[in-house]
Design a protein around this ligand. Structure first.
Ligand SMILES: C[S@@+](CC[C@H](N)C(=O)[O-])C[C@H]1O[C@@H](n2cnc3c(N)ncnc32)[C@H](O)[C@@H]1O
Length: 329
């Protein structure tokens, strides 16, 4: 997949990587690649890259897990970075404590180290955390020029979807109307609004809606975002305001998006693209979603699947996939 990268002479590679890492700009989800004497370092936010560095787009291999940098090579655990919070997944308490100490002593910008203490669960898709070092579960994360305040103990957020979200964001044009049915803290609608879209983000989680409002203000787009708390089915059924309204709909609730397709069809205007996220077995990644969408929409709309691709692997033989589906009538 095409990713924004800093391209530097190989000789200056490590120094540049460290410089970008210090300001939290290295995108951990892709491998760094060397080719023809150049090093390509994927970045989270091309707009914040210092002006003396070249930013180019190129294909890079997706990195399934991030391994610990230089001074932490003894640890094989993977990690994710959300602002200055590092998230690890370590079952052994002694190793977890040693890992947290090593991370706090490393040259990474780290305020807190969290260990996963449960799976993502329930309607709000939040997990339990063990605080291994530092304080609190709140972070401010930057993604492609936008800033998101997040409390990981209260809301869902995954930095691994950054490139996929950016792919969708790039399709948005000024003046269009976008509805995110499961908006979380706003990683789709906030960048949509920065491109001039009029957006609605709905979420059943009160804390997510509070952060969505705060993040809209942080990014100066509060005038273009309406944040609504509630089950999106009730929100749409209870008001005609958004019926036939949307040019674009985001459905990122992968295990149960099919249960919300009737609501999506109600929201859709005459020409509407749905970004439909799903988790399916590798034997038939797209069939179940496509059949469900056709069943919900085909009596009213022509249905065209414009894009389909895996986003990341979810479990052995299971993939998180996306389809961009256009409904026209
Ligand atoms: C997988 S998260 C996605 C959040 C965000 N779109 C993102 O990419 O980070 C799904 C979100 O849907 C919300 N949710 C679950 N059921 C819902 C419902 N019936 N109506 C509205 N939101 C719901 C959860 O609270 C959660 O924030």
């Amino acid at each position: 997949m095409s990713v924004q990268c800093v391209r530097v002479d190989r000789e200056a590679g490590e120094e540049t990587r460290q410089r970008l890492a210090e300001v939290d700009l290295v995108e951990d989800g892709y491998d760094i690649v060397v080719e023809d004497g150049w090093l390509y370092i994927p970045v989270t936010d091309p707009a914040s890259v210092p002006a003396d560095l070249d930013v180019v787009a190129r294909d890079l291999p997706v990195r399934e897990t991030q391994t610990m940098p230089g001074d932490l090579v003894d640890f094989t655990a993977s990690y994710e970075r959300i602002g200055d919070v590092i998230v690890v997944d370590e079952d052994d308490p002694e190793r977890a404590a040693a890992l947290a100490d090593a991370l706090m002593d490393s040259d990474l910008p780290v305020r807190t180290v969290l260990n996963r203490a449960s799976k993502i669960k329930g309607e709000t898709r939040v997990r339990d955390w063990e605080i291994l070092a530092g304080d609190g579960t709140e972070a401010v994360h930057r993604e492609y020029g936008c800033e998101f305040a997040i409390d990981l103990a209260k809301v869902y957020f995954s930095p691994r979807l950054a490139t996929e979200r950016h792919r969708v964001v790039e399709q948005v044009s000024e003046g269009e109307r976008a509805f995110d049915m499961f908006a979380g803290v706003g990683p789709f609608v906030i960048p949509f609004a920065t491109r001039g879209a009029e957006c609605v983000g709905c979420d059943v989680n009160e804390a997510a809606i509070e952060y969505l409002r705060e993040n809209a203000e942080r990014n100066g787009v509060e005038d273009r975002i309406t944040a609504i708390r509630g089950d999106v089915r009730d929100v749409v059924a209870g008001s005609s305001e958004y019926v036939d309204w949307a040019d674009r709909i985001v459905m990122n609730l992968p295990h149960s998006a099919d249960e919300f397709l009737d609501t999506a069809v109600e929201l859709a205007g005459d020409d509407c693209v749905i970004h439909y996220y799903d988790i399916q077995h590798e034997d038939d990644l797209f069939g179940p979603g496509e059949r469900a969408i056709r069943e919900a929409a085909e009596s009213e709309y022509d249905v065209t699947v414009e894009t389909r691709h895996p986003v990341r692997s979810y479990a052995p033989h299971e993939q998180n996939v996306v389809m961009d589906v256009r409904l026209t009538r």
